[in-house]
Design a protein around this ligand. Structure first.
Ligand code: SF4
Ligand code: SF4
Length: 62
C-alpha cells in the first residue's frame, strides 16, 4: 500500500499527474488542484512524482 501526499500550496492544477497515472488515482477537484481520490489503487510506479513540474507529489510505501 502506498501513501500519497500532495503539497496543494504548490500544485498548479496542470493535470499531468491525472494524465500519466495508469490506474486513475487522480482527479482535478473543483478548486482546480489535484486530488488522489483513488489512492488505494496506487501501484507505486512513481510516474506522477517524476512528471509533476512543481515536485509537489510524494509517494511512500507503507
Ligand atoms: S505512483 Fe504511479 S500508480 Fe501511484 S499515483 Fe503515481 S502514477 Fe499513479
Ligand atoms: S502534476 Fe503536480 S502541479 Fe500538476 S496537477 Fe499534478 S500535482 Fe498539481
Amino acid at each position: 500500500m502506498f501513501i500519497i501526499n500532495v503539497d496543494l500550496e504548490k500544485c498548479t492544477g496542470c493535470g499531468e499527474c491525472v494524465n500519466i497515472c495508469p490506474v486513475q488515482v487522480y482527479e482535478l477537484g473543483p478548486d482546480g488542484k489535484t486530488n488522489p481520490v483513488n489512492a488505494d489503487a496506487c501501484e507505486g510506479c512513481m510516474s506522477c512524482v517524476e512528471v509533476c513540474p512543481e515536485q509537489c507529489i510524494e509517494v511512500k510505501e507503507m
